[in-house]
Structures are given as structure tokens and as C-alpha cells.
Design a protein around this ligand. Structure first.
Ligand code: PLP
Length: 398
């Protein structure tokens, strides 16, 4: 048999994919499936952004661009950091990639040597540990619970340090929990990172999607010392409903950004020229569409959390940001249907899709099997109907 690369040995097909595939197949058969799996806003990309892309096509912006992004977009990103985060960067401290995911991938390729450890608080976005492994490093998982508000404490952080720790990942607000750190909490984590000479990897892709007046802080803005040791990751996917356009970016120390750009130059080359021009408009044009989306998400978030908490056997804490609820369903484990026992989050997700026509994402690939993730990037009508069905399905388990 053909022998694949050994570094792929830990790389498995995403468990989440199985549910998505099943949901799609059931829908195609005409079954009424309500999807809570979405990892993207259900809003359309704003019209002014689409127009900027059309204008880019018409004016011939259809050729290779500089690998790390056009100066116009870098300048828009620099302006955003100055205005939103009080952070000053120069063009050589910014890289634009084919989505935030691509920036993060480049980063781990750029900084890791074999044996280097990267601290990742769990529940985590599924791609971090895999990307660390693909970069030759070792993910070091720090478990958090609802009691911690799904936030890594300074003590837990310290306990997981080793002489091989190279970096720590902070994702605030988080996918899948929606948890976000206050400025004070970030300052404490940053202090530990600095004391131990770590690189801080701050994924701020859900920065603008926050609720109840909570404002996300960039850890890089804590001090100049912290900024020098931080790579901030962000993008236009979630904020501007632009997941398909594939534009993300990173800001941080020149030498790291240069290494990431070199990797990009030998792999993908520049992100799509047309999308870059659309992103210039997204970042520097009118921002009203974000407020409209956040107000709608805020209503749905409350409806979903309240609805889930009213179900016997399910509990969920109120997330501060993003568009996900991470619900604890472990009380239902051990119960059965049709002679099958629910043993974990994958079993429960399978039961919900098969028996109730509800697609949720199991918590297991996010690093905590007691939970399932539900996205409220879907209509209020779907949330109302879907929660009712989940309640009935939970009640039918014996
Ligand atoms: N970071 C987190 C935490 C995410 O949830 C996602 C997308 O799901 C990304 C980064 C990457 O998004 P994109 O590659 O669309 O910019």
C-alpha cells in the first residue's frame, strides 16, 4: 500500500463532518432538518462590499498581488488596529492570508520545532491542536469548565508550563464556548507568558460579536512588552459575513510575519485580489451592518440559552460572544432509545439528527465530550422549533 507522510498520523477526519453530511443527506431526502451546526453568520455579505469586489473586477484588479497583501488592505488593517485596539503596526508587521485559518496555519509552520509545546485551553477550536501537530509541535491542553466560565485561570496556565513551552493560544471570544476574557484576566495571563518567554497567539476573529455591552480587549494592547510577544489573528469572515471570500490577517513581530509570508510565497501566493479589495471596503467602509447582526444574534442567544436551560438534562451558560452555545448534555448520558445507549456527545448528536431531525455538533472534537455546540446563526423560528424538538427528544430518552 502507498505510504503516506508520517506527520499525518494524528490527522483524522473531522467527526463534525459526519453529522453535517448526514444532515445534508436527510434534507435531500426531503426530511425536515433544523441545522444548528453553522460556523458562519446567516446574513448576506453587505452590498457595499460586493460592489467593491465588482469594481475591482471591472478595473482589472485580477492579477497576482504582493504575497502578503496589497498596501491598501494592509493600511486599512493598520487603521482598524489603531482605532479599535489602540495598537500601532507598520506594513511589515501585517500579513493577509486566505482566511484566518490560513494565517494560523502559516504561524505554526513558522514558529515550531520538534518537541515545542503550545498551550491550548479546552474547549478549543478544532483546528488548533491539529495545526500544532502538523507544524511539528505538541499541543498541551488545559481543561476549563463552566465553573471557570470556560476561561483558563492563571494557576492552570502555570501548572501546564514546561521548559518546552513555546506559545499559548488565547481565543477570546471563543469558538465553541463564546467565553471571553476581561482585560484584567488577559493581563494576568500575559504576565505569565512574558515571565516564561512565550509567544502569545491571540485569535480575535469574533472580536466584534459580543453582547450585553461586553467589549473584547486585544491582549496585545495590555502593554508594549506584551505586544512585542503577541501575534494577533483576525479576519473578515465572521464580522462581515464574508466566510466564502477567504480573507484573514495577522499582526505581530516583523521576523515572524516575514517567515509566515515566505511560507505563503512558496505555497498559496497572495489571497484573491478581488477579495482583498472587498476587504478594504469591509474594514474601512460603513460598519452599520455589524450592529444589525449583533442585535439579532443577541436576541437569538438569549432565546437559545433560556430554551435549553428549560430542558430537563441540559444546561448552558450565557456566552459573552461569538454565535455558539456550548450546552452540557452529560446528564443524558447512560439513557437509551431503541435499545441503544447514549454514551457521549457523538451518540447524542447522532440520536438528535436521526430521531428528531436536529443537527448539532458534538463536543468531543472541541476537547470536551460532555457538551454539544449549537450555533444561533439561524432564524429565530428555527431556534424556537428546534429547541422544542430537542426538549421532546431529551424527554423520550429512558
Ligand atoms: N478562528 C476561529 C476560532 C474560528 O472559529 C474560525 C472559523 O471557524 C477561524 C479562526 C477561521 O476563519 P476563516 O478562515 O474563515 O477566517
Amino acid at each position: 500500500m502507498f505510504k503516506l507522510a508520517e506527520r499525518l498520523s494524528g490527522l483524522e477526519e473531522s467527526v463534525t463532518l459526519a453529522i453535517t453530511v448526514k444532515a445534508r443527506a436527510l434534507k435531500a431526502e426531503g426530511r425536515d432538518v433544523i441545522g444548528f451546526g453553522a460556523g458562519e453568520p446567516d446574513f448576506d455579505t453587505p452590498e457595499n462590499i460586493k460592489e467593491a469586489a465588482i469594481k475591482a473586477i471591472r478595473s482589472g484588479q485580477t492579477k497576482y498581488t504582493p504575497v502578503g497583501g496589497i498596501n491598501e488592505l494592509k493600511d486599512a488593517i493598520i487603521g482598524k488596529f489603531r482605532q479599535d485596539n489602540n495598537l500601532t503596526y507598520s506594513r511589515d508587521e501585517i500579513i493577509v492570508s486566505c482566511g484566518g485559518k490560513h494565517s494560523i496555519f502559516n504561524l505554526f509552520q513558522a514558529i515550531l520545532n520538534p518537541g515545542d509545546e503550545v498551550i491550548i485551553p479546552a474547549p478549543y477550536w478544532v483546528s488548533y491542536p491539529v495545526m500544532v501537530s502538523l507544524g511539528g509541535g505538541m499541543p498541551r491542553i488545559v481543561h476549563t469548565t463552566e465553573a471557570d466560565g470556560f476561561r483558563m485561570s492563571p494557576e492552570a496556565f502555570k501548572r501546564h508550563l514546561s521548559p518546552n513551552t513555546k506559545a499559548v493560544v488565547i481565543n477570546s471570544p471563543s469558538n465553541p464556548t463564546g467565553a471571553a476574557y476581561t482585560e484584567k484576566e488577559l493581563a494576568k495571563l500575559a504576565e505569565i507568558a512574558l515571565e516564561n518567554g512565550l509567544l502569545i497567539i491571540s485569535d480575535e476573529i469574533y472580536e466584534k460579536l459580543t453582547y450585553d455591552g461586553f467589549k473584547a480587549t486585544s491582549i496585545a494592547s495590555i502593554s508594549d512588552e506584551v505586544k512585542k510577544r503577541t501575534i494577533v489573528l483576525n479576519g473578515v469572515s465572521k464580522t462581515y459575513s464574508m466566510t466564502g471570500w477567504r480573507i484573514g490577517y495577522a499582526a505581530g513581530p516583523k521576523e515572524i510575519v516575514k517567515a509566515m509570508t515566505n511560507i505563503q510565497s512558496q505555497s498559496t501566493s497572495n489571497p484573491t485580489s478581488i477579495s482583498q479589495w472587498a476587504a478594504v471596503e469591509a474594514i474601512s467602509g460603513p460598519q452599520d451592518a455589524i450592529g444589525v447582526m449583533v442585535r439579532e444574534f443577541a436576541k437569538r442567544r438569549k432565546a437559545m440559552v433560556d430554551g435549553l436551560n428549560a430542558i430537563d438534562g441540559i444546561s448552558a451558560i450565557l456566552p459573552q460572544g461569538a454565535f455558539y452555545v456550548f450546552a452540557n448534555v452529560s446528564v443524558l448520558f447512560g439513557r437509551s432509545y431503541k435499545g441503544k445507549t447514549i454514551k457521549g456527545s457523538v451518540d447524542l448528536a447522532t440520536y438528535l439528527i436521526d430521531e428528531a431531525g436536529i443537527a448539532v455538533v458534538p463536543g468531543e472534537p472541541f476537547g470536551d465530550d460532555k457538551f454539544v455546540r449549537l450555533s444561533y446563526a439561524t432564524s429565530m423560528d428555527n431556534i424556537t422549533k428546534g429547541i422544542k424538538r430537542i426538549g421532546e427528544a431529551a424527554g423520550a430518552l429512558k
